[in-house]
Design a protein. Sequence first.
Length: 258
Amino acid sequence: MKLLRGAVVLLAILAVAIPAVAEELARWDDPVGDDTGDGDYTYPLNEAFGEGGQADILSFAIEKENGSLIFEFTIRNLVDPWNVGNRLTMVAVAIDTEEGGDGELRRNANALLAEPSEYQIFVAGETVEVIDMNAERVDIGASVETNMEKGTIRINVPIDAIDGAAADWRFTAAVGLQDDYGAGGLGDFREVKKVEEEWRGGGGDDLSIDANLYDIIVPEPKKILFLFGGGQRSQEEILGDCSLETGQLVILPALALE
């Protein structure tokens, strides 16, 4: 009996001591140095941005751990110029769980979604915010953990807070620069102008038609009979596909787990 009790105690200790291992569901690697939007975006001139890279995705991964989905962005150059925690970088994940949804990526992204979303998650600094399909803020228990040395932003979202099967969801991942308007909160995506300024990037336009996104994850082309079928648009083509004449915004592609 004592041996049995000791074994139970040992198992309980091990269960607490050994952390759960995250299961990686999907990973997309992204080219280094393609944080140029439609191909010619530049960073603001202020010295806080240095050599840039704050909006350059190196990889985006989706993991499952303890009943949560983890969205991990690896960014080339996370910085903390004002010693207040991660700043300048803003990431977004839009989640499509069913038919319908919000067809626009919010927070001044200036972009539409190929797969309208029921939830959009935004992170800047140590602040995470989730909005629903009506662009209303909702609390689903999301949290964020940033590792400046590794350049990672990990967003934890409890699966049971969202209806439906995660395997059928679609995800849109994008990154830009944060503008908190000096208030220190979440803020919005920083505007990209035609010509770069101290606090505005360049390479866009001054009519709010271009996307305020420097980098996105582009899905790989689908395979048909073990061969890649159909053309695959590049990031530059996607983020450059807006029209001053019609007012058409760019349309961001979605990712699938399978």
